[in-house]
Write a protein that binds this ligand. Structure first.
Ligand code: C5P
Length: 222
């Protein structure tokens, strides 16, 4: 029998990361934040002056991740080439760049191996956009998480303000909508619910309620 996987896909700021990591903790499973791999590639590209549309060079960088260029995940900390980059990955510029490079088929293909490597006993909770559709199509439970743009914008706003970053709600809404559009309309691995995904709208749910809902589905079907 395959190693169990729960996939959590959905748009930016829907609370995927929070839900997925809470589930992983409750189940004692591994946790994959697949967006971090796109962000790491984007960060490397920015540092090395590789333009966000230079597919061959970006593919080259993505392929080297975890091989020639050391990459290590420890909970929510990410170490790239011996340096902790967790904070750098959250920068706006890196987020924008990751959204652009993630539309390139070669980059997506080059990052498949690193994602599959997270599938280890006793199990995995993976969050992203295409976890249930492309990377782990045989997952035992697929969740597609949504929340209203207003809710997502408010959460992102509070996160940024608490970090001392000045933004307006309008800017955040515009950014979320632009990112959703790019994620949904790209030709390769667009963000769509898998045919067998369960939809969860967490606009009116607390984190605990979302976690309990998914755990309930998991226990029912497993
Ligand atoms: O989830 P996060 O915002 O960290 O992801 C960064 C970017 O990587 C997103 O804008 C999204 O376009 C892309 N991404 C993706 N496929 C995934 C995870 C993230 O295309 N599985």
């Amino acid at each position: 029998r395959q190693i169990p996987v729960i996939t959590i896909d959905g748009p930016s700021a829907s609370g995927k990361g929070t839900l997925a990591s809470a589930l992983a903790t409750r189940l004692g499973y591994q946790f994959l934040d697949s967006g971090a791999l796109y962000r790491v590639t984007a960060l490397l590209a920015l540092r090395r002056g590789v333009p966000a549309d230079h597919e061959p060079a970006l593919v080259g960088l993505a392929r080297q991740l975890g091989e020639e260029i050391p990459l290590r995940f420890e909970g929510h900390q990410v170490w790239l080439d011996g340096q902790e980059v967790s904070e750098d990955l959250r920068q706006e510029e890196v987020g924008q760049n990751s959204s652009k490079i993630s539309a390139l088929p070669g980059v997506r293909q080059a990052l498949v191996r690193q994602q599959l490597a997270f599938r280890k006993l006793p199990g995995l909770v993976a969050d992203g956009r295409d976890m249930g559709t492309v990377i782990f199509p045989d997952a035992g439970l697929k969740v597609f998480l949504t929340a209203s743009v207003a809710q997502r914008a408010e959460r992102r706003y509070n996160q940024l303000i608490s970090k001392g970053i000045s933004v307006t709600l309008d800017e955040i809404c515009a950014d979320l909508e632009a990112r959703d559009l790019r994620d949904k309309s790209r030709a390769v691995a667009p963000m769509v619910p898998a045919a067998d995904a369960r939809l969860l709208d967490n606009s009116a749910l607390s984190i605990d309620q979302s976690v309990d809902t998914v755990l309930g589905w998991w226990t029912d079907g497993w």
